[in-house]
Design a protein around this ligand. Structure first.
Ligand SMILES: *Cc1c(COP(=O)(O)O)cnc(C)c1O
Length: 373
């Protein structure tokens, strides 16, 4: 019997390069970028700066490094950055942000991951402000918002925050690892989002399907500074063109598949919406992420995921009662339909076990009546 395909929905980072991408990697024109001579890296940076209408761009090994170097550029040790607690820069990067950036994370706890002016003002006013003490020098936003199931940061609110940030002279950095999924869903162009921030990142290794890399985009002076810190942080690469070629291929050819990924996530949500235990509603699925809330089943996400794994479905334990499913290039509609069946079966099994457990303590008459029918 043929082995069932493993349906890997842990993340959109799990994709593997197809033959076309392997071809461009093999044939990439490269040079030593320690001397800024790698033509493919320069081409990628120019292409992205143009796509987002920013002055300059810098190729980075990872999204984490893009964020960390942006933070390093905007702040001095001891400064504050204001962001929502759910954002990657805190949720996964609090360690490096404190260790490398040496900044204080002034965290907002919004209900929906959308940072509003009122949240920023509250964060600002939650402590005494004078020239003697530390001061916020950066606002960080995230789009799409991972913790809230790939939620799109509302464009109108971004514009409002941007206006406010000009008055306050606070730069805005957008962690846009999956912002192209938002563009695919809203039809808002990358340049339009980028117009309302000082710097923005994207990841090539997520929905775009490249094996590696991220890019930081902003003003000439920011990028010149970031270039120095990239070297300091150990991200100065030599024949980076092999990886830049994959990224360039991804951004030129794979943006169109993001809409399909978004549709697949919506389909998964539709197929799970009648499962009243997991609290999935299709209208809350903006892009390519579906969160499964296991709390009503009284099962922890890690245990739910273990059961799914036995059936060939991989999910990611986002938090104690939240399992994450992410669609991507290597997932098709059949995978989604199979994934939904697996998730619904697991839910049924958990429920049936609970019922069987409860019935053991029920009066005998119940069993008798059932058995006599
Ligand atoms: C994946 C991700 C990152 C980090 O990217 P790496 O390349 O894994 O370091 C940053 N921010 C968000 C929102 C992400 O989803």
């Amino acid at each position: 019997m043929s082995r069932l395909k493993i349906i890997d929905l842990r993340s959109d980072t799990v994709t593997k390069p197809d033959d076309a991408m392997r071809g461009v990697i093999m044939n990439a024109i490269v040079g030593d970028h320690g001397y800024e001579e790698d033509e493919t890296t320069l081409e990628l940076e120019k292409y992205c700066a143009n796509l987002f209408n920013k002055e300059a761009a810098l190729f980075m090994p990872s999204g984490t490094m893009s964020n960390q170097i942006a933070i390093r550029c905007y702040t001095n040790p001891g400064d504050e950055i204001i962001l929502d607690a759910s954002y990657h820069i805190n949720y996964f990067e609090a360690g490096p942000t404190v260790d490398l950036g040496k900044v204080y994370l002034n965290l907002c706890n919004t209900d929906d991951g959308v940072l509003r002016i009122s949240d920023i003002e509250k964060a600002f006013l939650n402590k005494h402000r004078s020239a003697l003490y530390n001061y916020p020098t950066l606002i960080c936003l995230e789009n799409t918002i991972n913790t809230y199931g790939g939620k799109i940061f509302p464009f109108e609110i971004l514009k409002e925050i941007f206006e406010y940030s000009r008055d306050q002279q606070l730069p805005i950095h957008i962690d846009g690892a999956r912002i192209l999924n938002a563009c695919a869903a809203t039809g808002i162009a990358p340049q339009a989002y980028a117009a309302y921030c000082d710097s923005i990142t994207i990841c090539f290794s997520k929905g775009l399907g490249a094996p590696f890399g991220s890019i930081l985009m902003g003003t000439q002076s920011l990028i010149a500074n970031a270039n120095k810190f990239r070297k300091w942080y150990g991200g100065g690469m030599h024949q980076s063109g092999f990886m830049a070629a994959a990224a360039l291929h991804a951004i030129k050819h794979n943006i169109s598949s993001l809409a399909l990924d978004n549709n697949h996530a919506k389909l998964l949500a539709l197929l799970l919406k009648d499962n009243h235990f997991l609290n999935v509603s299709p209208e809350n699925v903006d892009t390519n992420i579906v969160m499964l809330d296991t709390s009503r089943l009284k099962v922890e996400a890690v245990d739910f995921i273990q059961m799914a794994k036995k059936e060939g479905l991989l999910l990611y334990p986002w938090s104690k009662y939240m399992a994450r499913a992410v669609t991507h290039k290597n997932i098709d509609e059949i995978d989604i339909r199979n994934a939904a069946v697996i998730v619904n079966n697991i839910t049924d099994n958990i429920q049936n076990q609970k019922l069987a457990c409860n019935s053991r303590f029920m009066p005998d008459i119940v069993h008798y009546e059932k058995g006599s029918r």
